[in-house]
Design a protein around this ligand. Structure first.
Ligand code: FAD
Length: 358
């Protein structure tokens, strides 16, 4: 028989972007939390370039919920910087060179459309940056930037250690039992447990369609020193203190190999060469799995038969902008019974994938 030594309001499994944002939300309202995470070199959050951009995709459209996600993102990450005395959020504009006069004209038109005015800084009709292939000028977007994800996770770990408990170990779901209105995990009990495990499964939520999408990035040594993100086919982040720039990312559903590939490196080098005029010399190369969902929306909610078991996953390709907002939505749902948005509630997958063991 287990002797219960310690009680928590919440156990969080996984401290990537999802678990980190949720931990901060819960600490901010005075909850007692235990976070269990086995840090992995290739976890999505540690590999991510950390970029956020409200106008995305091949057609460059305003992203889903941009008006809610982007103000929340800024206030949230700045708040974490303040409460942890650290630096992780970098607001930098994003520059997308035009490839034709037609595209230039199209954006001149869109720049007065109220849907885009909050996000467009300037439309350039002639070359604006040295070292960038931009003969037709380009579009400069605001409310963009990147999060140094490792610095963020490390800052959050520090705060969890000060105000809660952080264990760097493997979470073994065989040791978890729902008991009454809560859960017991080994010698610990809690009112709820929230699984923020990315692509890693656990037996309670293995029916959810979290699909790994492999991504690779490279880093180069470069002469480009402007504080701007370049984006066309690939993105190139501003250089770090060592003069290195991250270039990403590939998207490969078929590739299941846990390793970097020459194909991805060549793809990134070739696309980057189409964007800048200096030679691309790769000095580092990384890979990771993004936890995606079939409808590209996050997955939030309780287990169909065990209300104390909760999931926060499916952040896909946009975890940096989704996690601050949806960690708040999840917290309000758990603490204040505010309903979950149907688009993110895991209820939407229940009739398709869930089979009760009874
Ligand atoms: C190459 C690449 C580039 C990307 N670039 C961007 C970008 O520019 N902008 C953007 O918004 N998003 C980007 N993403 C996507 C982003 O990384 C994800 O949306 C986000 O990191 C998902 O975070 P998560 O916390 O849900 O999962 P994860 O980061 O996978 O975190 C899960 C954590 O849970 C832990 N864990 C799992 N199971 C257990 C267990 N049993 N016991 C203990 N610990 C456990 C893992 O070790 C890990 O630490 C990129 C992803 C990749 C791969």
């Amino acid at each position: 028989m287990n002797i219960v030594l310690e009680s928590f309001d919440y156990i969080i499994v996984g401290q990537g972007i999802a678990g980190s944002c949720l931990a901060i939300r819960l600490l901010d309202i005075g909850k007692r939390i235990l976070v269990i995470d086995q840090p992995e070199r290739n976890s999505s959050s540690r590999i991510a370039a950390g970029m956020f951009n409200p106008v995305t995709g091949q057609k460059m459209v305003r992203t889903w919920l941009a008006d809610e996600l982007f103000p929340t993102l800024h206030s949230f990450y700045r708040g974490v910087e303040q409460s942890t005395q650290s630096r992780c959020l970098y607001d930098v504009p994003l520059y997308r060179p035009f490839i034709s006069v037609e595209e230039q004209n199209e954006w001149m038109g869109r720049s007065v459309d109220p849907i885009y005015t909050n996000f467009i800084d300037q439309v350039f009709t002639s070359p604006n940056f040295a070292h960038v292939k931009n003969p037709y000028g380009g579009l400069l977007l605001k409310q963009c930037g990147y999060l140094d994800t490792r610095a963020f996770i490390s800052a959050v770990s520090g705060r969890i250690r000060r105000e809660g408990v952080l264990r760097h170990e493997h979470f073994d779901d065989a040791r978890l039992s729902p008991i009454g209105d809560g859960v017991q995990y080994g010698e610990v009990n809690a009112k709820r447990i929230i699984f923020c495990q990315g692509v890693h499964e656990n037996r309670w939520f293995d029916w959810l369609p979290v699909r790994p999408l492999k991504g690779e990035t490279i880093s180069i040594q470069s002469p480009f020193r402007e504080q701007v993100i370049l984006n066309r086919g690939v993105y190139i982040l501003p250089s770090d203190s060592a003069g290195r720039q991250r270039i990403g990312s590939t998207y490969n559903v078929q590739d299941k190999e846990a390793a970097i590939t020459l194909t991805a490196r060549m793809e990134l080098e070739e696309k980057a060469s189409g964007l800048v005029d200096f030679s691309i010399q790769t000095v580092d190369h990384q890979w990771g799995w993004r936890p995606t969902s079939p409808d590209r929306r996050p997955m939030l909610g309780a287990h169909p038969e065990q209300q104390s078991l909760i999931v926060f996953n499916g952040l896909g390709t946009k975890g940096i902008s989704l996690a601050p907002y949806f960690s708040l939505v999840l917290t309000r749902w758990m603490e204040n019974h505010k309903p979950l948005n149907k688009e993110v509630d895991i209820e939407r997958f229940k009739s398709l994938y869930w089979k009760s063991p009874k």
